[in-house]
Ligand binder design. Structure first.
Ligand code: SF4
Length: 699
């Protein structure tokens, strides 16, 4: 610990995926870490949102874990590092010997840097299992699946800069950049709108995005306030409108025939899917006037460069892959890909959610999205790692906790909090209690750490270095100040210690983050051209195949990265949510995040600045529903689903639709995930957070 005033270091905000640069500096008091603006930071040029400005507040929080803990007779006691690490290694060996390596699960984290996630997935694979996953599973797994299979890469097709400079229209469906990506919104997208771009927002909830762009106030913009879970029929109306108009008016070029002919496949399948499609019935299903949707279709088709933003309102459904596929269909038939200002662009929620996937912390892929069941890909990584990698894809996040106590006997959790983040949270807690052994490495005693047998205290984002990959594929360096608590360790050090104790050889004897990155770039083709020196302060957008490559701000100029080089079009039909309202649960519950809080609230609810803004959870209730159930604005209500009940304050507002209640997952005392449904998308295994049946009554 140092109380000396050191030079400031340049690093990256630990919250959302925009990747804003900030400076931090050791303060005068021991442990005090100061925030400073980084005036010419490459993404944000010194601007910052409320979360970024408050990020250093939790670095020296009184709740920080400071020493390793071992649970004995149901109580935690302090332990030395050597005792705690030996215990972890002994238990990992015992579980492998008694039940086999596939009885362990490993959870990586998008709050953690590339090097650390790379090391965790390598540890899992050296242990003998592909049971390693990360929280992308809960946010954009379906988006990644659809983009990767239909275009080639599971990432934003474009960059914030080219979207600002070239887009004429933003189609924002199930995303809320005004709240979730405030600097991207204010510094990039809003500038495009000030320069004349149009916004079509498709969202069941009116939010800060609606208000930022004045969408409700002008003829230029549109907000289609659809019912939760009706994104496919809405987009099918858009697609059908464009197809029909083009058939009558081919010279207008609403469909880019040359692009479709030369660069895509599956167009006829889309036509067949929409043959006889009843637009009026679909509009009624969506709860949006048909003419409004047709008007939006006209705006998209007539734009020179139309860009789609997609968010968790699309991905967090049991039909999440198909939701995103329909956005891809729209972009492909109109030729809105492979150019600045276009594309299908998932806005990522955490500062390293993109990188955590890139480095292979997923059960079906190795670093660089190389399929684990592809013999050639596996062998090329094995050549570098020096050990055999299991060929069978492992279990995903929710599957791991669902199997806890049965097929899964132990969990290794780095920086994740499944007791809060997974759907049907009460049942997750019950299952974790059935595990034989759980180890959690984190900075605070999270709701999940309470279930652990060993808790390992890690350093925060502000105390260590490495790299993170932001929402538009820009890989940037993070740098830390001195440790606040001497007896904490960096995640990388902890994994290195466990790896070297568990396994013979030097597969885990890395000196520092840079030496891990050097190995990562050998096995991850899209990072191969990057080094710490080449990243510099600007960073580089992947793919960057050879040193000297400048990286690609937008993808697919020369063709798609699919097997035959074509973009894949595929018509999709409406699939209603697994739970729809009935007599017992007459409302639809949907969930979303707030600007001033972050995921499970582990950091943000400990920040005085953020808590002053919103100290507790609330539920938005439409005035007509408030009348029906006798609810006054500000009154406390019980919100119930088939899985549980929470008590929280009601906000009576027409931000939400009649019949739809809207709340957040950030607060442990009343988390939306007590209520959400654990039904999964069949392919991407993402839960359906966005639609569940619910009832409400005054507390
Ligand atoms: Fe941090 Fe995102 Fe805010 Fe930028 S926009 S300061 S990255 S939370």
């Amino acid at each position: 610990m140092s109380s000396e005033n050191q030079d400031p270091v340049k690093t990256i905000c630990p919250y959302c995926g925009v990747g804003c640069g900030i400076e931090i500096q050791q303060g005068d008091e021991a442990g005090d870490v100061r925030f400073l603006p980084w005036g010419d930071a490459p993404v944000n040029e010194g601007r910052i949102c409320i979360k970024g400005g408050a990020a250093t507040e939790v670095v020296d929080h009184e709740d920080r874990l400071t020493d390793p803990l071992i649970k004995e007779d149901g109580e935690f006691r302090e332990a030395s590092w050597s005792e705690a690490l030996e215990y972890v290694v002994d238990e990992l060996e015992r579980i492998r010997d008694e039940h086999g390596p596939d009885s362990m699960g490993f959870l990586a984290s998008s709050k953690v840097m590339n090097e650390e996630n790379y090391l965790l997935q390598k540890l899992a694979r050296r242990y003998g299992t592909n049971n390693v996953d990360n929280c992308t599973r809960m946010c954009h797994a379906s988006t990644v699946w659809a983009l990767r299979t239909s275009l080639g890469a599971g990432a934003m097709t474009n960059s914030m800069r080219d979207l600002r400079d070239a887009a004429d229209l933003f189609w924002i469906q199930g995303a809320n950049p005004g709240e979730q990506h405030p600097i991207a919104n204010s510094q990039y997208f809003r500038q495009a709108v000030l320069d004349g771009a149009t916004v079509v927002q498709v969202d069941p909830h009116a939010n800060k995005t609606t208000r930022t762009f004045g969408i409700d106030d002008t003829d230029r913009h549109l907000h289609l306030q659809l019912n939760p879970g009706t994104d496919i029929p809405l987009l099918n109306i858009v697609l059908k409108t464009i197809l029909d108009y083009h058939d009558e008016n081919p010279d207008e070029g609403w469909i880019d025939e040359e692009f479709v002919e030369e660069r895509t496949e599956g167009f006829e399948h889309l036509r067949e899917t929409l043959e006889g499609f009843d637009k009026s019935a679909a509009a009624a299903e969506c709860g949006v006037p048909l003419e409004e949707i047709e008007r939006a279709a006209t705006k998209y088709a007539a734009a020179d460069n139309a860009a789609i933003f997609t968010g968790m309102g699309m991905s967090q459904h049991a039909c999440g892959v198909d939701n995103v596929q329909n956005e891809i269909n729209l972009a492909l038939i109109t030729g809105n890909l492979g150019r600045p200002g276009t594309g299908v662009n998932p806005l990522r929620g955490q500062n390293n959610v993109q990188g955590t996937c890139d480095v292979g912390a997923m059960p079906n892929v190795l670093p660089g999205y190389q399929l684990v069941d592809d013999d050639a890909a596996r062998e090329s990584v094995e050549d570098v790692w020096g050990f055999e990698i299991p060929a069978e894809p492992g279990l995903t996040n929710v599957e791991l906790t669902y199997e806890a106590g049965d097929a899964i006997r132990g969990l290794y959790v780095m920086g994740e909090n499944p007791v809060m983040s997974e759907p049907d949270a009460n049942s997750v807690a019950e299952r974790l209690a059935d595990l034989e052994f759980t180890v959690v490495q984190d900075i605070f005693m999270t709701e999940t750490a309470e279930f652990a047998d060993v808790v390992l205290p890690a350093t925060t984002w502000a105390e260590r270095g490495g790299t993170v990959t932001n929402t538009d594929r820009r890989v940037q360096r993070m740098r830390g100040v001195d440790k606040v608590h001497e007896n904490t360790k960096h995640d990388l050090e902890i994994l290195r210690e466990i790896g070297t104790r568990l396994f013979d050889g030097d597969a885990f004897s890395f000196e520092d983050p840079e030496s891990v990155f050097e190995e990562l770039r050998r096995v991850c083709p899209s990072y191969h051209g990057m080094t710490y020196d080449l990243l510099g302060e600007e960073g580089l957008h992947w793919p960057c195949y050879e040193p000297g490559d400048e990286g690609d701000p937008f993808l697919y100029e020369a063709g798609f990265d699919t097997e035959n080089g074509r973009g894949h079009i595929e018509g999709v039909d409406h699939q209603p949510p697994a739970e729809t309202p009935d007599d017992d649960y007459p409302l639809i519950l949907t969930t979303a995040r707030l600007e001033e809080h972050y995921n499970t609230g582990t950091m943000s609810t400990r920040s005085p600045t953020l808590n002053r803004q919103t100290p507790e959870n609330f539920v938005d209730v439409h005035p007509a529903d408030a009348d029906r159930y006798g609810i006054e604005d500000g009154e406390y209500v019980r919100l119930r689903s088939r899985r549980g009940e929470i008590t929280l304050e009601a906000h009576v507002t027409d931000d939400t639709k009649e019949g739809v209640v809207w709340t957040t997952p950030h607060f442990a005392a009343a988390s939306a995930n007590v209520l959400t449904n654990h039904v999964l998308d069949e392919r991407a295994k993402i839960p359906e957070y966005k639609a569940a049946a619910a009832e409400i009554e005054v507390d």
